[in-house]
Design a binder for this molecule. Structure first.
Ligand code: ADP
Ligand code: ADP
Length: 228
């Protein structure tokens, strides 16, 4: 369902972040992307939601060639791919409810359906009682759960998370992982770039290691493999 063919990325400053990536990820897989800082992990995930375009090579998601998508169609792609960031990226002046409703394709949805869908995802992440709160009234873990709810409210087939536990304490990080496992159990593909050794070595999944813009390891139920 996700396929990268000979993908290279050189940024405009001349830095080459990816150096020939070939990968296939199937529907429903859970993949950790690991590697040292600067290895190219963020670039790898940004290519998948077309925040970044490859300098060379092709990327297909569900049979769609990302390079064939016109700029104005990118928002539609984003509806089929949920993205979660280390720093949450919630809109600070909107409530929890509004942050999630905002991500919905609201045009044809009745207010009743919007409310049902938002409350359903808030229930899934355990935050139904915080719908009226503003982001800064929530803990970091709660904010990350709101951002997960926002990412999945359109029922994407793929969820991409870039260091989702990077700003969270260990207990909260494990709670977030439970939410990801639940989403994955419902058939959603999850790709998570992470530096969290304990999580990778405990919740065993496919591990893809990137170093200097190349895949150096790809293991089913792999290990983190680095000291930090
Ligand atoms: P990682 O997520 O593994 O730390 P990145 O993909 O962020 O790696 O970075 C890979 C390389 O590309 C690094 O050398 C980084 O400095 C560089 N890089 C990342 N983003 C940009 C950018 N927007 N412009 C120029 N260089 C970048
Ligand atoms: P129920 O239908 O279960 O009684 P409520 O109407 O009390 O639910 O709403 C549940 C939560 O969702 C409440 O916290 C409410 O503030 C929030 N909520 C519902 N609709 C909106 C909205 N349009 N904007 C912001 N928050 C909303």
């Amino acid at each position: 369902m996700i396929k990268m063919n000979d993908v290279y990325k050189t940024y405009s400053n001349g830095v080459t972040a990816l150096n020939g990536i070939n990968i296939e990820i199937g529907q429903g897989e859970f993949v950790y992307l690991v590697g040292p800082s600067g290895a190219g992990k963020s670039t790898f995930v940004k290519l998948m939601y077309r925040e970044v375009k490859p300098s060379r090579g092709t990327i297909h998601i569900n049979e769609t060639d990302l390079s064939s998508i016109k700029e104005k169609r990118v928002p539609y792609l984003r509806r089929n791919i949920g993205v979660i960031f280390q720093d949450f990226k919630l809109l600070p002046k909107l409530t929890v409810f509004e942050n999630i409703a905002f991500a919905l394709e609201v045009i044809q949805e009745s207010p009743r359906n919007i409310k049902k869908r938002v409350m359903d995802v808030l229930d899934l992440v355990g935050l139904k009682n915080k719908a009226r709160f503003l982001p800064d009234e929530l803990s970091g873990g709660e904010q990350q759960r709101v951002s997960i709810a926002r990412a999945i409210v359109n029922h994407p087939k793929v969820v991409i998370a870039d260091e989702p536990t990077g700003n969270l304490d260990p207990d909260t990080s494990w709670e977030i992982m439970r939410v990801f496992e639940e989403i994955n159990a419902r058939g959603t593909t999850i790709i998570m770039a992470t530096h969290n050794k304990e999580i990778v070595n405990t919740i065993k999944k496919r591990v893809i290691a990137v170093e200097d813009g190349l895949i150096v390891r790809d293991e089913h139920r792999g290990e983190y493999g680095y000291d930090i």
